[in-house]
Every structure is written in structure tokens, then in C-alpha cells.
Design a binder for this molecule. Structure first.
Ligand SMILES: [Fe+2]
Ligand SMILES: [Fe+2]
Length: 287
């Protein structure tokens, strides 16, 4: 079955109606969890605006891509909806997902708007290369999203939050797989695309959400979620996955970002960059 046929077969809104809200309330959410959940809900809710931007591009008018984007957008919307619901059930004062997303977008930083503009220029002048970058970028971000949900699953005392996030993470893995396979197809035997994507990623990599938060806020939230050395472990994991794509051996853009943000983090969560271990080290040195 092709990737897209697989999505069509299994795509759905994340199921939450059967969750035990009574149990969720009994365990409640920690302050740190509320902060992370607000951040996740904001990012998930912005997918629709990203979707609107890319849908304007001629390169997105490929039937298969549009099919994927439609399902992806639908699923991400319900991630935000589910996260908002558990916060409300646990007594956190939060607006409904749609109101919040509209407000977040109105406050979208100049950076987000500028990125939309640069994106439209790239897509116009180098459409094929742009799609390679877009798919690679999508895989990078979905990979981090997966790690973020899994981090909460491991650390939370709330079994209902853990179950909800397991279900969301399952969909994030599917999103990742789609972007990753698409990126592979577009990078394979195409050294120019490889060079271009690598250049942009090295220069501009930052976790998703930077446009709707200030750089310092977004960095702080990511680093709080993965405190100390954990941020490097996660970034190295992402790099190892992405390094499997053609031309990406020894990629260090994500760890470089983690190192770069250290000075703007609160002191108690800062950490020095650890040594890279194993095969990736040799590849990074050679790159
Ligand atoms: Fe999501
Ligand atoms: Fe996703």
C-alpha cells in the first residue's frame, strides 16, 4: 500500500471521548505540565494557518500532497482540541481551542509572517527544491513533536494524560514517516537538493513554534521540557534519524541550536554540550 493510501485508511480525529475524566481530575496536572500543555496546544492550533499559507503555493497543488495536508491539518486540529479538553477537565482556566488559536495567530510575530513571505518566494523560483526542504523540515519538526509527547508520557503521574499522549504520539509518528519518506524521494540522487536543504537547515533550524513565541520563550519551553543534558540527547536522536536521508550524514544542526540557546536559558536548566557518541561522531567530524 502506498504511503498516502495508508493515511487515507487510518486517518481520524484522535479518540478522547472514552477517556476517564474523573481519573484525570483525581490526578490533576502539575504546573510544569500546564505550561507545556499550553505550549503544545498553541503550536498544534497554528497548523491551520501554516496549511493556509502552503495551500496558496502552486507546488502544493499536487493531488497527493493536498490529500496528505488535509488529513494532517485535521489531525493536528484535534490534538489541540484534546489538550485543551484535558486542561479544562483538570480545572485549568483556558479558552477553547479555536478562540486561543485565533488569538495566538493575531499575535504571531513578524518572524512568522516574514517566513511565510520567504517561503512563497522560494516556492515560486525553485519549486522542486522547495518541496524537498519542506518535506525535510516537516520530518524534523514531527520528530521533535514525537519526542516531546513521549517525554510527557514518561514523566507524568496522570494516567489519562499519558494515554491521550500515546494516542497523539501514534499520529505524530505517522506524520513523521510521511514527511521523511517524501524527503528521501526528493533528496535521492539529487546532490543540489541535498546541498540546499542542508544549508538552510544548518543556518535556520529552530524548533517549531518559534514564530508564535519569542525565540527566548520558545527556547525556554523546549529546554524546560528536556532539562539539562536531555536536550542534547533528544537533538542527537533527531539528527541520527535525519542523517539516514541522502546527503545528511553527520548533521548537527539540532545540537548546534541547543548549544546556541544556552545563554538565554534560566541558569538551573543550562547544560554544556556533551560529546557526540558512536558512529554519528565520526560522521559529524567528517561532514
Ligand atoms: Fe500534533
Ligand atoms: Fe504532527
Amino acid at each position: 500500500m502506498s504511503d498516502i493510501a495508508q493515511h487515507i485508511a487510518v486517518s481520524q480525529r484522535v479518540e478522547i471521548e472514552d477517556l476517564d475524566w474523573e481519573l484525570a481530575r483525581k490526578h490533576g496536572l502539575s504546573d510544569k505540565e500546564v505550561e507545556s500543555l499550553m505550549f503544545f496546544a498553541d503550536i498544534e492550533s497554528q497548523t491551520v494557518y501554516y496549511f493556509l499559507e502552503v495551500a496558496k503555493l502552486q507546488v502544493a497543488r499536487d493531488p497527493e500532497l493536498l490529500t496528505f495536508l488535509t488529513m494532517w491539518n485535521y489531525e493536528e486540529y484535534f490534538h489541540s482540541h484534546a489538550i485543551t479538553r484535558i486542561m479544562q477537565e483538570c480545572g485549568v482556566k483556558v479558552e477553547n481551542a479555536t478562540d486561543r488559536s485565533t488569538k495566538v495567530r493575531t499575535g504571531a510575530r513578524f518572524k512568522a509572517k516574514f517566513e511565510d513571505f520567504v517561503q512563497s518566494l522560494m516556492a515560486k523560483f525553485t519549486p522542486k527544491r522547495f518541496v524537498a526542504l519542506w518535506m525535510f523540515w516537516g520530518a524534523l519538526q514531527e520528530c521533535l513533536t514525537m519526542q516531546a509527547y513521549e517525554e510527557v508520557i514518561k514523566s507524568t503521574q496522570n494516567p489519562v494524560l499519558a494515554e491521550m499522549f500515546r494516542r497523539i504520539a501514534k499520529q505524530e509518528r505517522r506524520h513523521f514517516a510521511y514527511y521523511f519518506n517524501q524527503a528521501r524521494e526528493r533528496l535521492d540522487h539529487n546532490p543540489q537538493n541535498q546541498k540546499f536543504v542542508r544549508y538552510i537547515v544548518n543556518k535556520f533550524y529552530a524548533p517549531v513554534g518559534g514564530g508564535v513565541k519569542t525565540d527566548a520563550e520558545a527556547a525556554g519551553l523546549v529546554a524546560k521540557l528536556f532539562p539539562g543534558e536531555r536536550i542534547y540527547e533528544v537533538m542527537q536522536y533527531i539528527e541520527r534519524r535525519m542523517a539516514q536521508l541522502p546527503g545528511m550524514t553527520g548533521l548537527t544542526a539540532c545540537s548546534d541550536w541547543a548549544e546556541k540557546i544556552q545563554p538565554i536559558l534560566p541558569e538551573e536548566i543550562r547544560s554544556a554540550r556533551p560529546e557526540i557518541i558512536g558512529e554519528h561522531k565520526n560522521a559529524a567530524a567528517a561532514a
